[in-house]
Design a protein around this ligand. Structure first.
Ligand code: WT7
Length: 641
């Protein structure tokens, strides 16, 4: 398989970029010719950001799984599609060829059908990182059901909220999941979620840990039993559903500034083109290479760069069940050596955490197969970038710093490995089709450089790329308000950025009330809602602060109305409430009990002040004279934790 749209030099990047902006329809129409369609489009692009209404490849028909699987069968049927490395290094790894994948996916399509699932149904997938998770995702896509994968770290309450929002009547899960030395009781969490969701008709449960689970008659079925029922069919061929280009492919929930996560919806055709195009260009994938993306499929990175992007490109995708530090901090490097990975793509938080173990875990590991190394999820600090470049890339591998979001489907700003230059802690240049612009509070484009010679502002994008979100599930107005209403005719990312003279971008972080904890997005309002559920809590305010490993930590200011004889015990109680309501990832790192919060006379919490205090600033807190009770600031500063 060759990739005619792979950009191989700086000159052709410039050429491609210009063409993609000047004649987007020609450019993307040509890229799209390299995919498999049931019927081609009438028009490449029609859009306005007002509603928003964005339509790529109008009236084209396709099924993404025919692009991910079927079209590779003749040429690379025996090539590994997925190499799976288990949590426990002593368990055997698994290799799933494209032929195997075809068999498993089509077989599982029959299982879905037998259980009443059809085109347009929403299916919630709550599984650990086992190959069957990819199979479940692809089987949904093949049948035309809309998958909503929920990360295994989310609580029963979070699952219930998402099931309600999408009205998902079907669930695919596992008995449990292995992560490091922990066993996560997935099915039991699902059971708790379902107490509030009696509309759920079927739960398909894969055996992984063999821990005890309860199976409700008529509702819960074992994956293995269902497979047995279809096994007698011989070849399980299952014709893929014909999907419209703009039909929804999946929903993925992500946090915003409000207390309620939103279901980002991606389309079939645009998302396919965008993940594949960026995979081939950003990673400069070469046929036969092993691509190791360490993300979880519960996040967009796993959707786009473990499943859809690599498989549509006919690549070999390495999928890892466990965590970077178990059984020891050399696990990633051992996996790279064992499977001769050519690419590793991970998060700055993992790099910083592994960096803290020193070089010992790397010693003796053969990393010579690596051609490039990549990061995603949060700004990478120069120290971590350099360590990664020197100790993992051995000074030879290009480092790609890929900036994107759940909403963007795949990378928007990144260097192309070895083709366009890398620059420590800079995401660098926009991909073809991506038109970033930095604006001020009023939406006016920034044209004046700051004292360092950079343009600095809020990062927006001027026009749609094929992988842009289409809506937020069940609430289009919310999508408009969130992304398209802040600045007229622009998609607003929620990030701040700077730009240098060469056109490189450096993302400086969120400018809204969203935190980035270890590369995971969490809204402050969500954490506050969760803390406020604790019976003793009167009110709370949550901000982020710089954290050595996680990038950002969660700092919570809490007004406690109950008895407070043992602050530490109460902190544990609050944390446990947050873990129940959202999940362990949202537990505050620091909780400070306060008698009041700095509020304006209109009752608005002055987060700016709280943020400064959490960052360790005690002097220059800005103007506090407009506060209802300026004295409260002194008390909060005095009792910082
Ligand atoms: C937010 C999106 C993209 C998949 C993983 C996270 C931050 C992401 C970078 C980067 C600086 C980055 C942004 C963005 N972010 N990549 N390379 N440099 N910041 O997806 O959960 O949707 O979060 O992550 O703040 O808005 P997400």
């Amino acid at each position: 398989m060759s990739y005619p749209y792979q950009i191989k030099s700086l000159d052709s990047y410039n050429e491609a970029y210009t063409k993609s902006i000047e004649s987007p329809e020609t450019y993307w129409g040509e890229v799209a010719e390299n995919f498999q369609w049931r019927k081609k489009w009438d028009k490449v692009l029609e859009w306005n950001f007002k509603e928003p209404s964005i339509k790529w490849f109008q009236n084209a028909k396709l099924n993404i799984t025919e692009n991910c699987i079927d079209r590779h069968l003749a040429t690379k049927g025996n090539q590994p599609a997925i190499i799976w490395e288990p949590n426990d290094p002593d368990e055997h790894h698994r290799v799933i060829t494209y032929k195997d994948l075809y068999f498993k996916v089509t077989q599982f399509c029959h299982v879905l059908k037998n259980n009443g699932i059809s085109k347009g149904d929403r299916v919630c997938i709550y599984m650990g990182m086992v190959p069957e998770l990819a199979v479940a995702v692809l089987a949904c896509a093949r049948i035309g059901a809309i998958h909503s994968v929920i990360f295994g770290g989310f609580s029963a309450q979070s699952i219930a909220d998402r099931l309600h929002d999408a009205h998902a009547e079907f669930i695919i899960t596992c008995d449990g999941a292995y992560r490091g030395n922990k066993e996560i009781p997935l099915k039991s969490v699902i059971d708790d979620a379902l107490i509030q969701c009696n509309f759920v008709k079927k739960v398909i449960v894969l055996t992984r840990t063999r821990q005890a689970v309860s199976m409700i008659k008529g509702r819960d079925v074992w994956w293995e039993d269902e497979i047995k029922k279809v096994e007698t069919m011989g070849s399980p061929d299952f014709p893929a559903a014909e999907m419209d280009a703009e039909d929804p492919l999946f929903i993925l929930y992500t946090s915003g500034s409000t207390g309620k996560p939103k279901g980002v919806v991606h389309s079939c055709a645009g998302y396919m083109i965008w993940t594949t195009f960026t995979f081939v260009n950003v990673f400069q994938y070469q046929p036969g290479e092993v691509h190791f993306c360490t993300a979880d499929i519960g996040w967009i990175t796993g959707h786009s760069y473990i499943v859809y992007g690599p498989l549509c490109s006919g690549a070999t995708s390495l999928m890892f069940e466990g965590i970077p530090t178990w059984p020891d901090a050399g696990r990633f490097w051992e996996i790279v050596e064992k499977h001769k990975a050519n690419i590793i793509y991970t998060a700055p938080t993992a790099i910083r955490s592994l960096m803290s173990f020193g070089e010992e875990p790397i010693q003796g590991k053969d990393l010579s197969s690596l051609r490039l190394i990549g990061t995603v999820g949060e700004p990478i600090n120069e120290e971590a970038w350099k360590w990664y470049h020197e100790h993992i890339g051995k000074g030879k591998c290009p480092v790609i710093d890929t900036w994107w979001q759940t909403e963007t489907g795949a990378c928007l700003i990144s260097n192309l490995a070895g083709v366009t230059p890398h620059k420590a802690s800079w995401a660098t240049l926009p991909l073809p089709g991506v038109q970033p612009v930095l604006v001020d509070e009023k939406g006016i484009e920034i044209t004046e450089k700051d004292e360092h010679g950079f343009l600095k502002g809020n990062l927006c994008i001027k026009a749609p790329w094929p992988g842009i979100l289409r809506t937020t599930y069940g609430d289009h107005e919310r999508c408009r308000l969130n992304y398209f209403a802040t600045y007229e005719n622009l998609y607003f990312t929620g990030d701040g950025a700077i730009k240098d003279d060469q056109g490189n971008y450096r993302i400086t972080g969120r400018v809204d009330d969203v935190l980035n904890i270890s590369g995971h997005r969490i809204g402050t309002a969500e954490v506050e809602n969760a803390i406020n559920m604790h019976s003793g809590v009167v009110e709370s305010a949550v901000v982020g602060y710089p954290h050595d490993i996680k990038g950002q930590g969660i700092y919570a200011y809490v007004i406690y109305g109950g008895k407070l004889d043992d602050q530490n015990l109460t902190r544990l109680d609050i944390n446990s409430t947050v873990a129940k309501v959202i999940g362990a990832i949202a537990k505050p790192d620091k909780i400070q009990f306060v008698s009041g919060l700095p509020k304006t006379r209109s009752g608005k919490i002055m987060r700016r002040i709280l943020r400064k205090i959490a960052e360790g600033e005690t002097q220059n807190l800005g103007d506090t004279s407009t506060l209802l009770d300026p004295l409260i600031v002194d008390e909060i500063v005095k009792n910082r934790v």
